[in-house]
Design a protein. Structure first.
Length: 131
């Protein structure tokens, strides 16, 4: 029996798992206030306030939620990030399957790399590779 893959600390290494939900907003402060009021979530400001995170990365088994401003050509949306073993290969596969890259491979400090694509049907999809 093969040995199971080791998980990167603070992030899932389970390919196909929804790792993180992220809100890309024209007004991140208003979005944060809405989510705090409706769901009673508590956010921590990161990256000098440019990013807010709900949930714990260290030892987390659950999905975390982030709020940030828009990047690249993406529209305002909520983006689910699915874990992959090889982000570069997943991006090639996405383009080969008719997708378009909206936000190229970007480092997520201390955790890995992410990218965002537009899938057929105009669906925004995030992809995450843990380090």
């Amino acid at each position: 029996m093969p040995e199971p893959e080791r998980k990167a600390e603070g992030a899932s290494a389970d390919p196909g798992r929804v790792e993180h939900l992220e809100y890309a907003s024209r007004d991140p402060v208003a979005t944060r206030k809405f989510l705090e009021k409706v769901f009673r979530w508590r956010f921590t400001a990161l990256d000098e306030g440019a990013y807010a995170l709900h949930g714990e990365r260290e030892g987390a088994d659950g999905t975390t939620v982030g709020i940030r401003g828009l990047r690249g050509e993406e529209p305002p949306c909520s983006v689910g990030f699915v874990t992959v073993a090889d982000l570069d290969a997943a991006l090639r596969a996405a383009e080969g399957a008719g997708g378009r890259i909206l936000v190229p491979k970007t480092e997520v400090p201390g955790l890995g790399w992410s990218a965002i694509c537009l899938a057929p049907g105009e669906v925004v999809q995030g992809i995450f590779q843990p380090k």
